[in-house]
Design a protein around this ligand. Structure first.
Ligand SMILES: [Zn+2]
Length: 137
């Protein structure tokens, strides 16, 4: 299963005048876009570009290369599953029947439950791998 990340514009770099790195604009300013896993504070990578848009494009390309799945920032893994399989945009209660209650198909629900289960198995596998690595130290 692909690692789910969100991309966030956050860093700005200043390069010298006449820098030829290709990732800054003529004022020497370079924009950074970081890719984060939803449960991690450390970015997987930060990509730079001469504009916010270019940095975002570079980050999307890098995510694709690294086989990461990009989701919007406001979207955790469970919300991502709800969006993908149930067409439900948010799992936050909005205190309105029309927004809080949805009609879903059993196959959509089955796919969502399966995706959530797979997510748990995946996380547990990672935890076991971490435990094993820790035990061998
Ligand atoms: Zn530069």
């Amino acid at each position: 299963m692909k690692t789910k990340v969100y991309l966030k514009l956050e860093d700005q770099d200043r390069h010298g005048a006449g820098c030829t790195c290709g990732k800054c604009n003529r004022n020497g300013k370079s924009y950074g876009v970081a890719a984060y896993e939803f449960d991690s504070a450390d970015p997987i990578f930060v990509e730079y570009g001469p504009s916010e848009e270019a940095a975002m494009v570079n980050a999307e390309l890098e995510a694709k290369k690294a086989d990461l799945e990009v989701f919007p920032e406001d979207c955790d893994e469970l919300t991502a599953i709800a969006r993908e399989h149930l067409d439900i945009g948010t799992l936050e209660a909005r205190h309105s029947d029309s927004l809080d209650f949805h009609e879903v198909s059993v196959w959509g629900l089955k796919a969502a439950l399966q995706a959530a289960y797979d997510l748990g198995v995946h996380d547990e596998g990672e935890q076991n791998a971490r435990d094993a690595a820790g035990a061998s130290l």
